[in-house]
Write a protein that binds this ligand. Structure first.
Ligand code: ATP
Ligand code: MG
Ligand code: MG
Ligand code: MG
Length: 579
């Protein structure tokens, strides 16, 4: 591809609503363009990344024996009513009407349609197992669409559905899929963990999420560095003993003693259910002297109601605390207490939390409150009792770093992740209500045992960027970069030698099957380099008159701090050795 023909549109500034690196950088690099809330055009540069993700997923699905089809995006409500999801799905399901006033939905996934296909097509056990997949547009009317492609309303998902004759078969299909996911995720070149997730009615070890590790991830994942144990927080909590953590339990019985209580304890003392006291947060009050200098800073740790967005926490106004308080950063808290505050994991350590003041609550004076770590708490904390919002998400943890791993092989650690894939044994959840059966050897009808398997195709590039970026821009792993190599000639319009060498190298790399772009726009070097560093092409070759005189070109990987001189004659081999 030549840059003059391609479409490149970079921005100096990201729009104000872009809160996380991937959203900012995808907007600045001209990869996506916003049309409406959670609705984006995949611009040419972004679409190249998406297509590469799709290609890897498609190869691994085919290799695992899944067969591709494409189901309708707009689906009649009737089959959704059969499975009970037309009502049951809730407000995330986009329901529309046609000119005859008939109900339709836009697929958020496609269990109903694929089950309908299976009940018509699969008659005999001899046709099993089968696995159908599609890579298709989905729509979910998310409560909080945000972070660009990370949580869009319209997005692309790979969804696969397996059909087996019994639960053992379904588990075998599930295993094949989760192995295929591992291969795909290895190929993406990302750091990820496959973690146990809640498998609902089926129970057992039959649901896993593929989480790309990133500090900005919305999910907390719990793992044991000394064993294979890894689970998402919900799953880990479901296994953990209920109630206050044992280390602090004795503080509950009497007046709290300094050095013993945690936030959960205080919640229990007040008789507030844990689910209503979702987050703790640190505030700092400042006392100023007459000259306006800070005389004293007091840090307050409060129990708050959160709505799962750790960067924006709703805090009820606590009378007496609303004068002159400011919000401490995690770093300040760490400095102050010499420990990490247990609930502040996902925050950017240098950034104060954005607080949305809510309503007044009664103050309860002078309690002891903890940092969810034994021996680190405050006395004299004043804080309020509050009611939950209906949609508040409980994220109060009963599992913290340093707890014993359930397999007894070590201590738990916690990190943040982005859910990019999810594999799941469904059982007969859809086949039963939709009466999808096959005939077994005895000619008896049996319900099909199903599994479903999703990958967020458009979420994946965003997750990749959260994991791989710096102050200059994106750093793509080779496998999903919009271009693998960019050739940057300096002064191509002035120098025939540079032009010839650049075009020759471009043709040579193309012939070798390298996904190369020649930047023939005639930009000045500074602007040209800034563009490619922002866009994040991993390999760059610079061709200049000065270099050519010495028979040299300059190669630089996006992660390198300096360029390497490479003899012009050997550049193609040099690059091949790096891909
Ligand atoms: P989340 O917990 O992030 O809301 P989910 O559990 O609802 O995701 P699934 O139903 O498991 O999502 O769908 C399979 C995959 O589709 C997810 O693992 C994720 O990668 C992707 N996905 C889900 N919702 C979105 C969205 N709003 N935007 C982009 N990708 C999404
Ligand atoms: Mg969801
Ligand atoms: Mg999820
Ligand atoms: Mg999921």
């Amino acid at each position: 591809m030549k840059a003059s023909r391609f479409f490149i549109s970079t921005l100096k500034e990201a729009p104000a609503d872009a809160e996380v690196a991937s959203h900012r950088l995808m907007m600045r690099a001209g990869m996506i363009k916003k049309l409406g809330t959670g609705i984006y055009t995949y611009m040419p540069m972004g679409l190249r990344v998406i297509r590469k993700v799709e290609a890897i997923v498609r190869e691994e699905m085919n290799r695992a024996g899944a067969v591709e089809l494409a189901m309708p995006v707009v689906q009649p409500a009737e089959i959704w009513q059969e499975a009970g999801r037309f009502q049951g799905y809730g407000p995330e399901l986009l329901r529309i009407k046609d000119r005859h006033d008939r109900d339709f939905v836009i697929q958020p996934t496609s269990e109903e349609v694929v089950t309908d296909i299976a009940r018509q097509e699969i008659r005999s056990y001899k046709q099993l197992p089968k696995n159908f997949y599609q890579i298709q547009t989905k729509f979910r009317d998310e409560r909080r669409p945000r972070f660009g492609l990370m949580r869009g309303r319209e997005f692309i998902m790979k969804d696969a559905y397996s059909f087996d004759r019994d639960l053992d078969g379904a588990k075998a299909s599930y295993k094949i899929m989760s192995d295929a996911y591992r291969r795909a995720f290895d190929r993406f070149g990302l750091r990820y963990r496959a973690v146990a997730a809640d498998s609902g009615a089926i129970g057992g070890d039959v649901s896993q999420e593929f989480q790309v590790i990133a500090a900005t991830g919305e999910d907390a994942i719990v793992y044991c560095p000394d064993s294979d144990y890894a689970a998402n927080m919900e799953k880990a909590e479901a296994l953990a003993p209920a109630g206050p953590r044992p280390a602090a339990a004795d503080a509950l019985t009497k007046t709290p003693t300094p050095g013993k209580a945690t936030c959960e304890d205080v919640a229990a003392l007040l008789g507030v259910p844990l689910a209503t006291t979702v987050k703790s947060l640190v505030l700092a009050t400042e006392e100023l002297d007459d000259a306006g200098n800070v005389r004293k800073v007091t840090v307050w740790l409060l129990l708050l109601r959160g709505d799962h967005d750790m960067n924006e926490i709703k805090v009820s106004k606590v009378p007496g605390l609303d004068q002159g308080f400011r919000f401490a950063t995690v770093t300040e808290i760490e400095d102050h207490f010499g420990c990490k505050p247990g609930y502040l994991g996902p925050l950017n350590p240098r950034q104060p939390v954005k607080i949305v003041a809510d309503r007044e609550v009664a103050v309860m004076a002078d309690w002891i409150c903890g940092a969810n770590e034994v021996d680190f708490h405050l006395t004299g904390v004043n804080w309020g009792r509050d009611l939950p919002e209906p949609d508040a998400v409980a994220d109060l943890r009963n599992v913290v770093a340093g707890d014993a791993s359930p397999d007894g092989r070590g201590l738990l650690a916690i990190e943040r992740g982005i859910e990019v894939g999810h594999v799941f044994v469904l059982g007969t959840k859809y086949s039963k209500p939709m009466n999808a059966t096959f005939l077994d050897e005895a000619g008896k009808p049996q319900f099909l045992e199903m599994g479903c398997y999703g990958i967020g195709i458009t979420r994946l590039p965003a997750a990749a960027i959260e994991q791989n970026n710096d102050e200059r821009g994106i750093i793509w792993p080779d496998a999903i970069a919009p271009f693998t190599v960019v050739v940057c000639p300096i002064g191509m319009d002035r120098s025939a030698e540079v032009k010839t060498a650049a075009e020759a190298l471009y043709e040579q790399l193309l012939a070798a099957g390298v996904d190369v772009l020649l930047d023939d726009r005639g930009e000045r070097p500074g602007a040209m380099f800034a563009d490619w560093e922002l866009i994040g092409v991993p390999h760059r070759v610079v061709i200049s008159d000065r270099g050519l005189k010495e028979g040299q070109l300059e190669y630089q990987h996006r992660r390198d701090t300096a360029a390497t001189k490479v003899p012009a004659a050997g550049i193609a081999d040099f690059i091949a050795g790096r891909l």
